[in-house]
Design a protein around this ligand. Structure first.
Ligand code: TA6
Length: 302
């Protein structure tokens, strides 16, 4: 019996959630209900796509070049950044944004809720290489509830006998019609670190519009955000709990070309609005305690 056959036997509630495998043996899950369709790769607990049936276009952006590959993260969807955000604080040889998005995760539970949404509980598998990077007795779990809205809850459990400090983000790529005709509201007046200007501390004046590479960590904010998309004529509502930072990023053309995995002009059709705990807002978790960062996404046509 293959891994996906075993997962279907143990966890598939029916055609709403089925498991398959790539040629490289990576497990992918397909969700298809009257409310939405979605796909995720078990490696990295990486949701790749989500399209509510009310939407002509997916709400998550995924590079046309994205292909699940062992040990590599995918450009797009919802990368899980954990147990640090951005470059490692002391060891530049370690992967940016931590290891969670490139290690295996296991299915702990799955089912269909009363409202028809598909629920999945995934657990990070701490590999020897991950433990080598971060020798702490700490568990990570991701609960997903996928229907007309999208909910994700990233929980960290500290089973160690000392406190642990983590950085984290749901590094979500949202699909928009054209970055030059979109803006982000909700962070007006918030302080941010401008990574395009040497990390300078600034304060947001008005809505966030885009005319070039933009890479900002908004700190000390619990605010919900809205992406207003004039081209696709829709708003994407982003609510969060357990998160004090919001990262807003577009690579624009030069950086996207250097990164090489956005596909032709792919950067025009995406913006990252990442619910995080980064920079000043890293989270300290006492021994035996836990912490959850959660998001809820909803698309609304206008
Ligand atoms: O969240 C924005 C950011 O930190 C950018 O600086 C850029 O590095 C982006 O994440 C993508 O990082 P990745 O490691 O996925 O290529």
């Amino acid at each position: 019996m293959t891994i996906s056959e075993d997962l279907n036997r143990r966890f598939s509630p029916g055609p709403q959630l089925t498991f398959g495998e790539t040629a490289d043996g990576l497990v992918v899950a397909a969700i298809d209900t009257p409310q939405a369709s979605a796909a995720l790769c078990l490696q990295g607990a990486h949701v790749m796509t989500w399209r509510p049936k009310t939407q002509a276009e997916p709400v998550l952006w995924l590079s046309g070049l994205a292909k699940p590959t062992p040990g590599k993260s995918l450009r797009g969807g919802v990368p899980v950044c954990w147990p640090w955000f951005g470059p490692h604080a002391t060891d530049g040889a370690l992967p940016a944004h931590g290891f969670a998005r490139t290690v295996p995760w296991r299915v702990a539970a799955a089912g269909v809720l009363g409202d028809g949404a598909v629920e999945l509980a995934l657990e990070l598998v701490m590999t020897a290489s991950a433990r080598g990077m971060w020798p702490r007795r700490v568990r990570a779990g991701l609960r997903l509830v996928i229907g007309e809205t999208f909910r994700a809850e990233l929980t960290t459990v500290n089973e160690d006998d000392a406190e642990v400090v983590i950085g984290e983000a749901l590094h979500t790529y949202f699909r928009i019609g054209d970055i030059a005709q979109a803006r982000v509201r909700g962070l007006e007046g918030c302080e941010y670190l401008d990574k395009v200007d040497g990390g300078a501390r600034k304060r947001q004046d008005g809505a966030i519009g885009f005319a070039g590479e933009t890479d900002r960590i908004y700190v000390d904010t619990k605010a919900a955000c809205v992406i207003e998309d004039d081209r696709l004529r829709r708003r994407i509502h982003i609510a969060k709990t357990g998160s004090r930072s919001t990262v807003v990023w577009t690579p624009w053309t030069e950086k996207a070309d250097r990164m090489g995995d956005f596909g032709p002009e792919g950067w025009r059709a995406m913006v990252c609005v990442e619910s995080a705990n980064a920079a000043d807002n890293r989270v300290t978790i006492a021994p035996g305690d836990n912490h959850t960062l959660s998001v809820e996404y909803r698309a609304e046509n206008f």
